[in-house]
Design a binder for this molecule. Sequence first.
Ligand SMILES: [Zn+2]
Length: 358
Amino acid sequence: MSAREEVTIFDLVKTLTELPGPVGHEDAVQDWLAAHWGRFAQEVRRTRVDNVLARVGGSGRRLLILGHADEICLLVKSVTDGGFLHLAPYYADTLGHAPRWFMPASQPALVLTAGGHVEGIIATASGHVVGGRNSKKEQLEWNDLFVDLGVRSRAEVEDLGVHPGCRVIWNPPTRRLGKRGIVGKAMDDRVALAIATLAGERLTGRDDLPYEVWLASTIQEENGLIGASSLVDELSFDLCINLEVGLTGDIPGPDERDFPARLGAGPTLVYKDNSCHYSRRLTDRLVALARERGIPVQQAIFQNFGSDGAEMIRRGVETALLAYPTRYTHSAIELVDEDDLMACVELIVAFATTAADR
Ligand SMILES: [Zn+2]
């Protein structure tokens, strides 16, 4: 075994996705990255709003590899006398109920407190006790959902440090599915951070980098690109490759005319989504480089999608969106393919080691 055996992408994805990092409480993810990136980076910075930045090395124009730490979540809205937690979503809700694709019920839950975590389950009353009443409603309303912590009173909830404002995440373990699949929560966007970490490790110690290469992990992407909006106040960047989940149409339901990308067919370079048009020049360069190196890539535009990349462009950084195909986005069973992830690592390493004037 060599002195610096590379950790596998599965191990990195499992570690990072299983960390709790809901919107506004990303501490565990940022702590892990600051410590882990600190093992190989020349410098690690943590900003006042808790973005993490690491300088991998090299000199020249600044190239940023970017992902976000936060995962979608619920928040405790109130606590009943019996000790149940009522919930509100992380986003600005106007429907009064969860949309069809957001299905928190019947998942293991983790409630984050100032002192640690409390396990529970996200529940709703079953047909045995509410009969046909609930089935008349088209959709569960937020107040039909609650967290059961296995306690009997509000006082016991308070003793656990749980109060309105605490974040709640669904909390399944990350596991393999089939030969190449990895399934679990928070693939959005911890897989990006796993890819960035692996690419950073591979670029470390190379004295031929034509860029000054940085990694960054932002907070609060899911509720409006909040962390990314101040990143360039910490440090200016010339180029950014933003890593995100990629939408696929290769399952029953979506129309492949709208979503032609497929799981396992390589990373997707995204030209445009609902938040911005990405740098055509940088995107085309990544596509050309991938083809030259025999790395499979797909090209797409995404609907119903946005990313930190829009904020980087707004702040003057030339940005491309490199997306790893992901099925069932924003669910507890986000599914990615190991080959797509390694292709992202290869493409980033190829880009960061190839001079721009080629
Ligand atoms: Zn994301």
